[in-house]
Design a protein around this ligand. Structure first.
Ligand code: ADP
Ligand code: MG
Length: 565
């Protein structure tokens, strides 16, 4: 094929082109992200094929992407020395859409919903975004392994058809040359291109090079030099192996992404393979951010797809109760530029969320259960700042409820803080059938409650719960290791085997003796109390108020009243 050949775009491509150029204009800069990502993919593909065919590297083993522009010609060029395309491949990949789902993509773009620029690329149509800013695109490419004379020039105005011809191209790989539309001259500036690259492509692991600029006093303007410099950090810390990364580097990266000035409490870094493939680098901060209580606040996990930045705060990747976790998740499976809506529905994302949740819980467990007292102290600090948020998980994450329950820490009648349910059970009386707790507004109110008298007398530990979220949490947590959680302020306290027979008998007798008094009290308090009973729960106080089993506790009723309900 030496002659120029004209090919018509596949019908779908025509529609896509029309839609992309018209609906995504408000987000036009994403063309650079798409083309840089294609260039980086092409380098990845070459590296992969070269595992078995080292000769594909020819004499340029260093893979890189170059972004340049020509003010006079009004072109922006994205070049790579990756795998390149043969003529057949150029026709197949740039003239047809291989992936299914085009129709849905178009329906989404056509719908009156917000035109989400993130949609593009989702169906493998990222290349066409070049036509948002260009009225003509020239692709010059040569597949690695083919001769220099077997290069291809592909040209199109992005309407009905494209031309393909054979050219000679010395270097392997691909140049995508965008002939800018009228009015798109903003992309003929180094700083503009640089800022788009650092926004979206900073963590691409290949160097993205641009020509250096220098101030020319005579011309009184910036001029381009022949020297190239890397404009991305090309670090992608998470994609390196753990053994190559120092603690300082981990901490530094955390500070970069979290804007925290302190080092994190802990991190976890893993490559997950299997049905869903991804890398996670997750951190737990030392201190709670000021807006921890805002449940609408988006999470701190950034989503990358193959080292290309997709979005900040990808809340679908972490359950709400872990919203304090910071870090990066880099998926190998998700389509580039997947939208938030799609994230919510994706099975891959569900697998990532479940896997990441387990990792975070694992991180917390290893601190909480550590042999090392320093680690346990770290966990105690963590609990002070984040414990209340973690408690939300008891109700929200049934799958991990047991693990979360083990991480809970409370005050009790025996210690002012740090009591786990396991500690409690270790200390419990042999015959004790329940885990007892009381809820109150403050620790001192809880401690001084008359409801505790009988428990004190019998030496039974009672958990003192004073967080606002506790009542709600307890409406989801019924037992721990087979022992029910039981409020000391609800219903008739049955201490089971711990109740001595004699006391029980005394109470029954008293109920008989005092029946007339009880009846009079009942009559007098008719409108305010359901029942008046003789109780064994008090030791020193003459009377106390309890709520019926299954009713709202006094504490919760007060909270709701405060909240105006
Ligand atoms: P996707 O990247 O999701 O496959 P694109 O529309 O961005 O979709 O690109 C379509 C196809 O064109 C790619 O899959 C690839 O085969 C080919 N392609 C695009 N850019 C390059 C490039 N720089 N080098 C080699 N092949 C490319
Ligand atoms: Mg692409």
């Amino acid at each position: 094929m030496t002659q120029k050949q004209t090919h018509a775009f596949q019908a779908e491509v025509k529609q896509i082109l029309h839609l992309v150029t018209h609906s995504l204009y408000s987000n036009k800069e994403i063309f650079l992200r798409e083309l840089v990502s294609n260039a980086s993919d092409a380098c990845d593909k070459l590296r992969f094929e070269a595992l078995d065919h080292a000769e594909l590297f020819e004499d340029t083993p260093n893979l890189e992407v170059r972004v340049s522009f020509d003010e006079a010609a009004r072109t922006v060029t994205i070049s790579d020395n990756g795998i390149g395309m043969s003529a057949e491949e150029a026709i197949a990949h740039l003239g047809t859409i291989a992936k299914s789902g085009t129709r849905e993509f178009m329906a989404k773009l056509e719908g009156d919903q917000k035109k989400d620029a993130n949609l593009i690329g989702q169906f493998g149509v990222g290349f066409y975004s070049g036509f948002i800013v260009a009225d003509r695109i020239t692709v010059e490419t040569r597949r690695a392994g083919l001769k220099a004379e077997e290069g291809v020039r592909w040209t199109s105005e992005g309407t009905g058809d494209y031309e393909v011809e054979t050219v000679t191209k010395a270097g392997r790989g691909t140049d995508v040359i965008l002939h800018l539309r009228e009015g798109e001259d903003e992309f003929l500036k180094t700083w503009r291109l640089k800022s788009v690259i650092s926004k979206y492509s900073d963590h691409i692991s290949l160097p993205i090079l641009m020509r250096k600029e220098e101030w020319d006093a005579e011309a009184a303007k910036q001029v381009l030099k022949d020297e190239w410099e890397s404009v991305n950090k090309a670090s992608a810390l998470w994609s390196r192996s753990k053994s190559e990364i120092t603690q300082e580097q981990y901490d530094e990266f955390y500070k970069q992404i979290s804007y925290d000035t302190e080092a994190p409490l802990a991190h976890t870094h893993n490559r997950v393979e299997g049905r869903s493939e991804y890398t996670q680098l997750l951190y737990i901060p030392k201190k709670a951010p000021f807006d921890l209580w805002n449940r609408d606040k988006r999470g701190g996990v950034k989503l990358y797809v193959k080292r290309v930045f997709i979005m900040d705060d990808a809340e679908a990747l972490m359950p709400v109760y872990l919203r304090f976790v910071k870090g990066v998740i880099d998926s190998a499976d998700l389509p580039l530029n997947v939208s938030r809506e799609l994230l919510q529905e994706s099975r891959d994302v569900k697998a990532i969320r479940e896997g990441s949740t387990k990792r975070v819980l694992g991180m917390l467990e290893s601190l909480a259960d550590s042999e090392d007292a320093a680690d346990r102290a770290k966990y105690a600090d963590f609990w002070k700042d984040f414990g209340q948020v973690l408690k939300e998980g008891i109700g929200e994450d049934h799958q991990n409820q047991e693990r979360l329950a083990k991480l809970l820490r409370f005050a009790s009648t025996q210690a002012d803080e740090g009591v786990s349910l396991a500690d409690y059970l270790k200390r419990a009386k042999e015959d004790q059938e329940a885990i007892y707790y009381i809820t109150a507004d403050s620790l001192s109110a809880a401690k001084n409650s008359p409801q505790l008298e009988i428990f004190r007398k019998k030496g039974i530990e009672v958990l003192l719960l004073t967080d606002r979220v506790d009542e709600w949490m307890l409406s989801h947590l019924f037992e721990f290791e087979g022992k029910p959680l039981q409020s000391v302020a609800k219903g008739a306290i049955d201490l089971g085997k711990l109740q001595d027979e004699e006391e029980k008998k005394k109470a029954e007798e008293a109920a008989e003796t005092f029946k007339p008094l009880l009846d009079r009290l009942k009559e007098a308090l008719k409108a305010r109390a359901k029942d008046v009973r003789v109780s064994t729960r008090l030791v020193d106080s003459p009377a106390c108020i309890v709520v019926e089993e299954g009713d709202m506790s006094g504490h919760l009723a007060r909270l709701l009243k405060q909240a105006g309900q």
